[in-house]
Design a protein around this ligand. Structure first.
Ligand code: GLU
Length: 300
């Protein structure tokens, strides 16, 4: 039992839940229950062009049919503009955020001029061009002014162990508000985790690399850093993270127990006892102590 534990599942409504997203949903629910904590659901619909109409309702129905019911009404990030604007304004007032007029092409050119090779899918650290002003360009995005003398950031993931990243060198000044006017995922997630009092983040391993930049932003905003646990990914036929693009199909609501069992297998959960007549509720009740036992074993 952890006093005041608050966990959350934060799906982007870009489509229905699939086998991969259920793993993160189940893990975050199990961890909250194993800590006798609260479990929240937040619909992350800030990236509106990528959202699919009705996917939010469908996701909530899918969770409910798996017996994963939030302890409070869900939040929608599309209703949180005022909170994100307040956070950005506060950073601007303290000199910790600045407008940036760079296009992608400007960034590539500045990096090339510094001899940084251009790797197509690699992260391109922002070279800091607009830190000292817009150089006559119109403002496009807003960025966080990351302390460039900072040492690498060390953090410990509950499954992956100790990790580190030098955010200033490897990422550069994080985008808080995008050139298209939309709030950046990093800002929305950090503001909302803090506003909802989230103490434990449990989510897919594809997001592990975002954690250090979220911690840097938490420090700039003066909010607490939750504990993090990143869950194994389900891979598609092409070896990449399962997604709509590589064949993930929506969960089969006709057999939620089978879907939960498959997700538990990905998590490495020990077999939950219960023969043929096992109900969903029985299985979930048995899965909570199985999770608690597994988490007591260091890095299985
Ligand atoms: N909305 C993000 C996603 O669906 C997850 C964000 C998070 O858990 O921090 O990939």
């Amino acid at each position: 039992m952890t006093a005041g534990y608050v966990g959350r599942f934060a799906p982007s409504p870009t489509g229905p839940l699939h086998a991969g997203s259920l793993v993160a949903a189940l893990a975050s629910w199990l961890d909250a229950r194993a800590h006798a904590g609260r479990w929240l659901v937040r619909i992350e619909d800030v990236d509106r062009p990528r959202c699919v109409g009705g996917a939010d309702t469908l996701i909530l129905q899918q969770l409910a049919s798996c017996g994963l019911l939030p302890d409070a009404p869900p939040w929608w990030q599309s209703q949180r503009d005022a909170a994100y604007a307040r956070a950005l304004d506060g950073l601007v007032a303290r000199g910790l955020a600045y407008p940036c007029g760079c296009t992608r092409r400007d960034i590539d050119a500045a990096l090339a001029a510094r001899g940084v090779p251009h790797a197509r899918f690699a992260e391109r650290p922002y070279p800091g061009t607009c830190r000292d002003g817009l150089h006559g360009k119109p403002p496009r995005a807003w960025r966080l002014r990351t302390a460039d003398d900072a040492a690498p950031l060390h953090w410990t993931d509950r499954r992956l162990g100790p990790r580190s990243q030098h955010v200033a060198l490897e990422v550069g000044d994080v985008v808080l508000r995008r050139a298209d006017g939309l709030w950046a995922y990093q800002l929305a997630v950090v503001v909302d985790d803090a506003a909802q009092g989230v103490t434990h983040v449990v989510r897919g391993e594809d997001l592990a690399d975002n954690t250090p930049r979220q911690i840097v932003l938490q420090q700039a905003l003066g909010v607490a850093t939750p504990r993090y646990l990143h869950t194994p990914l389900v891979l598609g036929d092409d070896g990449a993270k399962l997604s709509k693009q590589n064949g993930a199909s929506a969960l089969d609501l006709a057999d939620p127990l089978a879907a939960l069992r498959a997700a538990a297998h990905v998590l490495g959960l020990p077999e939950v006892r219960g023969g043929p007549g096992t109900t969903l509720a029985d299985w979930l009740a048995g899965a909570v102590p199985a999770w608690a036992g597994m988490m007591r074993t260091p890095n299985p």
